[in-house]
Design a protein around this ligand. Structure first.
Ligand code: ADP
Ligand code: MG
Length: 354
C-alpha cells in the first residue's frame, strides 16, 4: 500500500508542510532562521539550465557557483573547446598527454565504472555519439557500416592512465558527457566546503543532476521530483525522492534527447556493444549516492544494463536506484524504498527479480 500513488492534492498539501525545495524553493524561505538568508537563482552553464538555492549567513554567491561549472566545462571537459584538457587528449590520440591531477582522478574512477559495468558505461565512444548526434543539428540513423567503423575506434581498454600521463590509441575519442554534470556538482561541493557562511544549498543541473548540501534551516529532507518519462505535461512527476544532508542524484532517460522515426524512439544513451541507442526496456533510471561523478556515470550505465544487472552494479557502489520501464513499472533498490514516494497513478511499484 505504501507505494500506491499519492493523490496530487495530498502531495501538494504535504509539500507545503515539508517545504519541497526543488519544486517550490520559495516555500523554504519561510522556514529560514533569522540570520540565515535564502538566495535563489536560475542560470545557464554546462549546456543546461542551472537552478540554485543557497542558505547562508553571508553574501549571495550563486553566480560564483555557476562560474565554477563554466570553468569545469571550459577547462576540463569540453570536447569542442581547444582550451579544455579533454580536447587536448582527443587531439593527441596515439600519443601521450599530460593531464592535471584532477582530471586523472576523474578518469581513473570513470574507467573503473566502465570496467565494473562491462563497458555499458564507456567514456571512449565519442565518435559514436557524434555519428548519431542525437539532439544535435546532424542527428540521423547512421548506416551499419558507419557504426561498425566508429566502434573500431572505441573501447575503454584503448585508454591507459599512468599517474598524470594518459595514452589513448589513435582514433579513439573521449566524451565525458555522461558524467559531466555530476563532476560539476562535485566541484561545487568542494567550493561550498570552503565557505563557512553557507549552511545549506541545492543545485539542480537541468533536472538530471542534483546536489544537496547540508541541512535546511527547518531540518527537513530535501525532496526532489523525478520526471515521468512518458509525461504529457512537464509538471507530471513520477514521484519524489528524499535526500538527506549532502547527497547527489542523477537521472538518465530516453526522453531527454531523442527523435522518433517509423515509430522507433532513437535516444541519446548508447549501448556501446551494439553502437545503437540502448534497448534495455527501461525509460528512465535515477541514482542517489555520495558522489556526483558516480551518481551520473552509474545512472547512464544502469540505463544501458537494465533493471537486474543495473541493480547489481549499484550494490557494488553502495548506491540507491530507481528504474522505470516501458510497462509503467517502477523498480526500487532497498535503499531507494526508504526515499521514494510515487505520485503518478499510471505507474506501479514492482519487485526486482533476484
Ligand atoms: P544527460 O546528459 O541527459 O543528463 P546522461 O548523464 O545519461 O544524460 O548522459 C548522456 C550523454 O552521455 C549522451 O548525450 C552522450 O554524450 C554520453 N553517452 C551516451 N551513451 C553513453 C554510454 N553508454 N557511456 C558513456 N557515455 C555515454
Ligand atoms: Mg549520466
Amino acid at each position: 500500500m505504501r507505494y500506491q500513488a499519492l493523490k496530487k492534492k495530498t502531495f501538494l498539501a504535504a509539500a507545503t508542510f515539508t517545504g519541497i525545495a526543488v519544486l517550490f524553493p520559495v516555500l523554504c524561505m519561510a522556514a529560514s532562521e533569522n540570520d540565515v538568508q535564502t538566495y535563489t537563482d536560475t542560470d545557464f552553464a554546462m549546456d543546461t539550465v542551472v537552478s540554485e538555492t543557497l542558505y547562508t549567513t553571508g553574501d549571495d554567491i550563486n553566480s560564483k557557483l555557476t562560474a565554477v561549472l563554466t570553468d569545469v566545462e571550459t577547462n576540463l571537459l569540453s570536447w569542442t573547446n581547444e582550451k579544455s584538457q579533454i580536447y587536448k587528449v582527443n587531439a593527441d590520440s596515439g600519443k601521450d598527454t599530460e593531464i592535471s591531477d584532477e582530471l586523472s582522478g576523474y578518469l581513473k574512477r570513470l574507467l573503473k565504472i566502465a570496467e565494473d559495468s562491462d563497458g555499458a558505461f564507456d567514456p571512449t565512444i565519442g565518435k559514436l555519439i557524434r555519428l548519431w548526434d542525437i539532439g544535435g543539428k546532424n542527428q540521423k540513423i547512421p548506416e551499419e557500416a558507419e557504426i561498425k567503423n566508429v566502434l573500431k575506434d572505441s573501447g575503454y581498454q584503448k585508454i591507459f592512465l599512468d599517474g598524470n600521463t594518459v595514452h589513448m590509441e589513435e582514433g579513439c575519442s573521449l566524451d565525458l558527457g555522461a558524467a559531466g554534470k555530476g563532476i560539476g556538482c562535485d566541484r561545487i561541493l568542494k567550493e561550498l566546503e570552503t565557505k563557512k557562511d553557507v549552511t545549506a544549498a541545492l543545485m539542480n543541473l537541468g533536472g538530471s543532476s542534483v546536489m544537496t548540501y547540508g541541512s535546511k534551516p527547518d531540518g527537513s529532507s530535501w525532496n526532489v521530483a523525478v520526471t515521468d518519462p512518458r509525461a504529457e505535461n512537464e509538471d507530471d512527476y513520477l514521484g519524489v525522492v528524499a535526500l538527506n544532508g549532502t547527497e547527489f542524484l542523477s537521472t538518465s532517460g530516453d526522453y531527454e534527447k531523442y527523435f522518433i522515426e517509423n515509430g522507433v524512439r532513437y535516444h541519446h544513451i548508447m549501448d556501446p556493444s551494439t553502437g545503437c541507442p540502448a534497448e534495455s526496456g527501461v525509460t528512465g533510471v535515477t541514482v542517489v549516492c555520495d558522489s556526483g561523478l558516480e551518481a551520473d556515470a552509474l545512472s547512464t550505465a544502469c540505463f544501458v544494463l537494465g533493471v537486474e544487472k543495473g541493480t547489481q552494479l549499484l550494490k557494488a557502489y553502495g548506491a540507491d536506484g530507481l528504474f522505470v520501464d516501458e510497462d509503467h513499472h517502477v523498480y526500487l533498490t532497498e535503499g531507494m524504498k526508504e526515499r521514494f514516494s510515487l505520485l503518478a497513478d499510471s505507474y506501479s511499484v514492482e519487485d526486482i527479480a533476484e
